[in-house]
Design a protein around this ligand. Structure first.
Ligand SMILES: [Zn+2]
Length: 334
């Protein structure tokens, strides 16, 4: 039996077409929650807000829709059932929080779209809700999503088991697509792709890797080996890079173009560097919104189909990207 009730193929392509060939993903979630005063100094990170302040999650989704996001990524990146269990919640409570992460995004999208579609010639598209599935390393919260090293005990079966229940719950909750994020190695990419098949998931999905050197997956494995697996996976509709610095994107898009026919998604962080062990952002080269505007056009011209931001990017980053892409992309003479 499948979940979601829709066949693979469709919503993502429809969106790309409506968006003029290149759609906008939203930006950093935790960054924006913090800006509104949420305290996310916790292993569960932004997932904690699902318990404490769901209204704030809706506010952040709304801000990204206003900024022009065509895809809302849910607040489930670090929300996992084992994570919730370690906080003393039951499995049922954990599952209902995962479900809530999708419902909050769907409700906000619907409310926003009901308003937007009343305005003739509005520049918005009806956004898709992408349920975020962070890597196993994101759950460990030890920085291993950036090293790709999960230890000797972790194998394909364990990674699938780690991802299985959350994936089932998110699909059933009504997400439009699944977003596997910051995948650091080939093994986990394979686990995700095989899981989509085993669970007969009928909504579309993308799988995005992080990169620490701008050339390979964080594990040191080449994207050639990683994409070889994903190219054979029909249920993976798009592939790409997230949470790597923006200046890596240009060469990575070119590399991916040579290695795959699937649409390419890029949503880099702001260029600041996260120290996974010390759990803090290191001061470094920071990219302003004007820079993102230039980047977005260049990335689109190189062939990226989905462009947005990850950690430390904000609604104003997404607005800059949206403005740049909608300028030349959208057909005005309808
Ligand atoms: Zn990030």
């Amino acid at each position: 039996m499948g979940y979601g009730g829709r066949r693979a193929g469709g919503v993502l392509e429809d969106l790309l077409e409506k968006a003029g060939g290149c759609a906008v993903i939203d930006g950093g979630f935790a960054t924006q929650l913090e800006k509104h005063g949420a305290s996310i100094n916790d292993p569960l990170w932004s997932a904690l807000c699902l318990i404490k302040d769901p209204a704030l999650i809706k506010l952040v989704h709304w801000e990204y829709l206003e900024a022009g996001a065509d895809v809302l990524v849910t607040s489930s990146y670090q929300a996992t059932i084992p994570g919730f269990l370690s906080r003393g919640l039951s499995i049922e409570e954990g599952e209902s929080l995962l479900e809530k992460s999708v419902k909050l995004a769907v409700e906000t999208r619907d409310r926003f779209w009901n308003n937007a579609k009343k305005v003739p010639e509005n520049s918005y598209n009806r956004a898709l809700v992408a349920a975020s599935i962070g890597s196993y390393g994101a759950y460990l919260a030890d920085g291993s999503e950036y090293s790709g090293y999960y230890g000797m005990d972790i194998d394909l079966a364990k990674l699938k088991d780690f991802h299985r229940r959350r994936l089932q719950v998110l699909v059933k909750a009504g997400a439009d697509i699944l977003a596997f994020e910051t995948i650091p190695n080939k093994l986990e990419a394979q686990a995700c792709a095989e899981l989509l098949e085993e669970e007969n998931v009928e909504i579309q999905s993308w799988i995005c890797f992080s990169s620490m050197d701008g050339e390979n997956a964080p594990s040191g494995e080449s994207f050639e080996e990683c994409l070889e697996i994903l190219n054979k996976a029909d249920r993976v509709s798009a592939v790409g890079i997230n949470c790597a610095p923006p200046h890596f994107m240009e060469s990575l898009i070119c590399k991916f173009k040579k290695l795959t026919d699937k649409p390419i998604a890029v949503y880099p962080n702001s260029g600041e560097v996260w120290d996974g062990r010390a759990k803090r952002w290191l001061p470094s080269q920071c990219f302003g919104d004007d820079k993102f505007e230039l980047y977005a056009t260049r990335w689109r011209d190189l062939g990226a189909k989905l462009i947005g931001g990850c950690c430390r990017t904000t609604p104003s980053t997404i607005q800059a990207i949206s403005k740049a892409l909608k300028k030349g992309g959208k057909v005005e003479n309808s």
